[in-house]
Design a protein around this ligand. Structure first.
Ligand code: GDP
Length: 308
């Protein structure tokens, strides 16, 4: 079964780790969000692509959910001592990834080529594609003006009230090579448990991707990142509210209507079943809190069982 996943960072990494351990990783293509990429110290940082690569090659720091395990932060401390920008936590070994990527991009290579090269070097079994080689950037509107996503999320701790969201550059971006084909020719498309507004939303904003989801003959299944009426982590609640969506599993179904076939919701949200159905998706109950590897594998098995 060929599966294509749409993925953000932390939530997606947990689910995909489970999925990759009970399917052939070669049959798995992951389309990663690049709209929270940022320029830090002149380096091109791709947080979601790196979280996925590190998670699927066993390198992720599991406690933090981002960055490399057993990391040190000496360069960051030295930068802070200089009075330089130190709000974005770049680890010492992680820096190598960003330097490698930035040099390759400056030499004229595309983000998709660099992502493939990094994945190959680190032994990534799945095919990881950025949603686009063109810059698309999530921007958050607050009462004090527009913020780049990482300023809102990391520097300001997702505390500013959110008025609006935009995906700058999306109008003229093209899907990265292989993205549309991966959606059109898959047997199943899986929307990972990721922030619907700042991880999946930007992927959907790339021209052609929504159309491919409409046209594909694949079954399209999503896993709700909203459990018990709240996100498991991160600012998805505030962002969904700002987009006029209820912070519920049904709100996720509404965000992905009308191309979503199945929505996996947590057992504790079983009362949401009818509301999910009203948005055109069939609800599937499962244990979706991915607190350890056994639970990651169990959810992946449940998803495969439903799809079979
Ligand atoms: P961000 O951290 O909100 O910027 O977004 P990401 O897309 O990188 O990942 C976080 C999303 O994953 C949040 O919306 C979480 O609710 C969701 N998430 C994280 N862990 C879990 C989990 O164990 N189960 C489920 N169902 N969702 C999760």
């Amino acid at each position: 079964m060929r599966a294509t996943a749409l993925a953000g960072g932390t939530g997606a990494a947990k689910f995909l780790r489970g999925l990759a351990s009970c399917t052939n990783p070669r049959d798995l293509t992951v389309i990663g969000n690049t709209a929270d990429d940022a320029d830090i110290w002149g380096l091109h940082v791709s947080p979601d692509l790196d979280t996925l690569t590190y998670a699927l090659t066993g390198r992720l720091d599991l406690r933090r959910g981002w960055g490399l395990a057993e990391e040190s932060f000496n360069a960051l401390a030295a930068m802070a001592a200089l009075g330089g920008e130190a709000w974005f936590r770049l680890g010492d070994r992680d820096l190598a990834t960003h330097i490698y990527r930035t040099r390759a991009l400056r030499a004229g290579r595309r983000l998709s080529e660099v992502t493939e090269a990094i994945g190959r070097a680190l032994g990534l079994g799945v095919s990881l594609l950025p949603m686009s080689d063109d810059p698309v950037r999530t921007r958050i509107q607050t009462p004090d003006g527009w913020l780049a996503f990482q300023h809102y999320f990391v520097r300001d701790g997702a505390r500013p009230p959110v008025i609006g969201i935009e995906y700058a550059g999306a109008g003229t971006a093209a899907p990265a090579p292989g993205v549309l084909d991966a959606i059109r020719t898959a047997d199943v498309v899986i929307v990972c448990p990721s922030n619907p507004i700042t991880s999946i939303g930007p992927i959907l904003s790339v021209p052609g991707i929504r159309e491919a989801l409409h046209e594909t003959t694949a079954v399209v299944l999503a896993i709700s990142p909203i459990v018990g009426g709240a996100p498991v982590s991160g600012p998805a609640g505030d962002l969904m509210r700002a987009c006029g969506l209820p912070v519920t599993a049904a709100g996720v179904a509404r965000a992905y209507a009308p191309w979503l076939d199945l929505l996996v919701i947590d057992r504790q949200d079983s009362t949401e079943r009818h509301a999910v159905l009203e948005f055109g998706a069939e609800p599937v109950l499962a244990e979706t809190l991915l607190t350890d590897h056994d639970r990651e594998v169990a959810l992946a098995r449940r998803v495969l069982e439903v799809l079979a």
